[in-house]
Design a protein around this ligand. Structure first.
Ligand code: NAD
Length: 492
C-alpha cells in the first residue's frame, strides 16, 4: 500500500486529524493506497500557504512573462511524467489506460497555452467622456483559488482550472475527489522538480463535507472553480454566494446526440457508441439520449446493438479492453438502480440491462453496455444523469420535434448532430440549448476553445482565451490632469 500525505507549502505533511482512508482500485476491487483525511485545520494551513505565496512570496514578484516561463517549464516536467501519472489515475478511477494516457499527455498543453497567455491579457484605455482625465483598466488576480474536482478525469479537469488560475497570478488549493486523489498529489509534487515556489499549488485530500466545504467557506478563498455533480455544485454555489466569491461551475448533463435520416450511418453509429460507452458512460458529456429519426430508427438501433454487443469488457490497463469497471460501488448501485427505473417506466431493454460478469482476476464492479428503446422524453431515464453505460433511444418525427426533445431537460452541457445537410447542421447548432454542439463528431474538447454548460450544467466557461478572465478581476484607474477642483461637492 502506498501512503499519500497532504501536499502543503511545497512539502508532504500528515493530516491534522491523524486519520487516513483507502483508495480502492476499481478493477481489482482492492485498496491500493492510503490517503490523508484532511479537515478544516489542513484547509486553513493550505490557504495560508497559498495566500503567502501569492502576495508575499517569489510568485508575487514575477512579472507575467516570467510566470509564463514558469508554467511552460512545469509543462515540460509534466510531459516527462505523463505516462506514470496516467497509470496512477487508472489505479484510482478504473478508466482505460489508453484514454488516461491521452489525457495526461494532452493536459500538458494547458500549461503551455496559459503560460503563453499570461502576458497577453491587456487592459484598455476607454475613450473617456470627461475632460482632463486619463482612465485605464487593468486585470488583477482574484485571490486564493479553490479547485475542486470529480473522480472521472481528475488531472485533466484540474488542469482546466489550475493552468489559467496560475497564469492569472493566483495561487491554488486543490481538493480532488476522495475516490481519486493520488494522481493530483503526484502532480503537485512535480512542482518541486519544476522549481515552482512553495505554496503555489497545495493539495488537501478528504471528503466534500470535511475539506470541500471549509475550503469554499474560507474567508481568504476568493474564487472557487468546481467540477462535479449538481448537488455538490449547488452547495458550493450557495456557500460561495454568502461571501460574494467568484464561482465557475462545471456540472452534469443529459446530452442529446441527434441522428438525422441524412446522416452517414457508419459515422453516426460509431459516434453514438463513443458518446455513451467510452469511459463506461462516466463522463459529463456522455451522449446519453440518442435521438433517432423515425424513418431510420429500427435499422440504426440494430447496427448500434450489434456493435455495442461486441464491446470487450476487461482490465483497463490492457489495450484490448473497450469497457472497464464502474469507478465506485456507490456509482455501480446507482447505475443498476436507474436500469430498474427505466424498465419500470416501460422502456424496452434491447441490450444489457444488468451487471456484467467480472473478468477473470477482477474484483470490481462492471455493468453491461445497456440500450433502452421506446423511451419517452419525460421518463426519468431520459431526464436524469445516470453517469454509466446506459443509453436511451428516443424517436423523433422532424427537426422541430428533435429540438423540442433535445432542449427539454434541465441540463445543457453538450449535444451532437449527425447530418449531411449544412443548412440543418447550422440551424440545429443555433437552436440547441447547450454549451457545446458537435456536428458529425462527438466528445472533442481543446485548450483553445471554451467549454461549459447552459442551465443546470454550470456557470462560466473553462478553456480558451476567455477562461483566463474567470481568474481575474478588473480595476479601473483614473488620473486627473486638469486645474484644481473648484467645488468639491459636485461629482465630476
Ligand atoms: P461530486 O459532486 O460528488 O464531487 C465532486 C467534488 O466535489 C469531489 O471532490 C467532492 O468531494 C466535492 N464535494 C462534494 N460535495 C461538496 C460540498 N458540499 N462542498 C465542497 N465540495 C464538495 O461529483 P463526482 O461524483 O465526483 O463526479 C461526477 C459528477 O461530475 C457528474 O455529475 C458529472 O457530470 C460531473 N462532471 C462534470 C464535468 C463538466 O465539465 N461539466 C466533468 C466531469 C464530471
Amino acid at each position: 500500500m502506498q501512503n499519500y500525505q497532504l501536499f502543503i507549502d511545497g512539502a508532504w505533511v500528515d493530516p491534522a486529524s491523524g486519520q487516513w482512508f483507502d483508495s480502492v482500485n476499481p478493477y481489482t476491487g482492492q485498496p491500493w493506497a492510503r490517503i490523508a483525511r484532511g479537515n478544516q485545520d489542513d484547509v486553513a494551513r493550505a490557504v495560508q500557504a497559498a495566500e503567502h505565496a501569492m502576495h508575499h512570496g517569489e510568485w508575487s514578484r514575477l512579472n507575467p512573462t516570467q510566470r509564463g516561463h514558469a508554467l511552460r517549464r512545469f509543462a515540460d516536467v509534466l510531459a516527462r511524467h505523463a505516462e506514470r501519472l496516467a497509470a496512477i489515475e487508472v489505479r484510482d478511477n478504473g478508466k482505460l489506460y489508453a484514454e488516461m494516457s491521452n489525457q495526461c499527455r494532452y493536459l500538458v498543453e494547458w500549461f503551455h497555452y496559459y503560460g503563453g497567455l499570461a502576458d497577453k491579457v491587456q487592459g484598455t484605455v476607454p475613450p473617456i467622456d470627461k475632460p482632463d482625465v486619463l482612465n485605464f483598466t487593468r486585470f488583477e488576480p482574484i485571490g486564493v483559488t479553490a479547485c475542486i474536482t470529480p473522480w472521472n478525469s481528475p488531472l485533466l479537469l484540474m488542469a482546466w482550472k489550475v493552468a489559467p488560475a496560475l497564469a492569472a497570478g493566483n495561487a491554488v488549493v486543490i481538493k480532488p475527489s476522495e475516490f481519486s486523489s493520488a494522481s493530483t498529489l503526484e502532480f503537485a509534487a512535480l512542482t518541486l522538480e519544476a522549481g515552482l515556489p512553495p505554496g503555489l499549488i497545495n493539495v488537501v485530500t478528504g471528503y466534500g463535507s470535511e475539506v470541500g466545504e471549509p475550503l469554499v467557506s474560507h474567508p481568504l478563498v476568493r474564487k472557487v472553480a468546481f467540477t462535479g455533480g449538481e448537488s455538490g455544485g449547488r452547495h458550493v454555489n450557495i456557500a460561495a454566494a454568502a461571501d460574494f466569491k467568484h464561482v465557475t461551475l462545471e456540472l452534469g448533463g443529459k446530452s442529446a446526440n441527434i441522428v438525422f435520416q441524412d446522416a452517414r450511418m457508419d459515422d453516426a453509429v460509431s459516434g453514438a457508441i463513443s458518446g455513451i460507452f467510452a469511459a463506461s458512460g462516466q463522463t459529463c458529456i456522455a451522449g446519453s439520449r440518442l435521438l433517432v429519426h423515425e424513418s431510420i430508427h429500427d435499422q440504426f438501433v440494430e447496427r448500434l446493438v450489434t456493435l455495442a454487443r461486441s464491446a470487450r469488457i476487461g482490465d483497463p490497463m490492457s489495450p484490448e479492453t473497450q469497457i472497464g469497471p464502474i469507478t465506485t460501488e456507490l456509482q455501480y448501485r446507482k447505475v443498476l438502480d436507474y436500469i430498474e427505473i427505466a424498465k419500470k417506466e416501460g422502456a424496452r431493454c434491447v441490450l444489457g440491462g444488468a451487471a456484467a460478469e467480472k473478468p477473470a482476476g477482477a474484483g470490481g464492479c462492471f455493468v453491461q453496455p445497456t440500450i433502452f428503446t421506446d423511451v419517452q422524453p419525460h421518463m426519468r431515464i431520459a431526464q436524469e444523469e445516470v453517469f454509466g453505460p446506459v443509453l436511451c433511444v428516443i424517436r423523433f418525427k422532424d427537426d422541430e420535434d428533435a429540438i423540442r426533445i433535445a432542449n427539454g431537460t434541465r441540463y445543457g452541457l453538450a449535444a451532437g448532430v449527425w447530418t449531411e445537410s449544412l443548412r440543418r447542421a447550422v440551424d440545429m447548432s443555433n437552436r440547441l440549448a447547450a454549451g457545446t454542439v458537435w456536428v458529425n463528431t462527438y466528445r472533442s474538447t481543446s485548450y483553445t476553445t471554451p467549454f461549459g454548460g447552459y442551465k443546470a450544467s454550470g456557470l462560466g466557461r473553462e478553456n480558451g482565451i476567455d477562461a483566463i478572465r474567470e481568474y481575474l478581476q478588473t480595476k479601473s484607474v483614473w488620473f486627473y490632469t486638469g486645474d484644481p477642483v473648484s467645488n468639491p461637492y459636485i461629482r465630476r
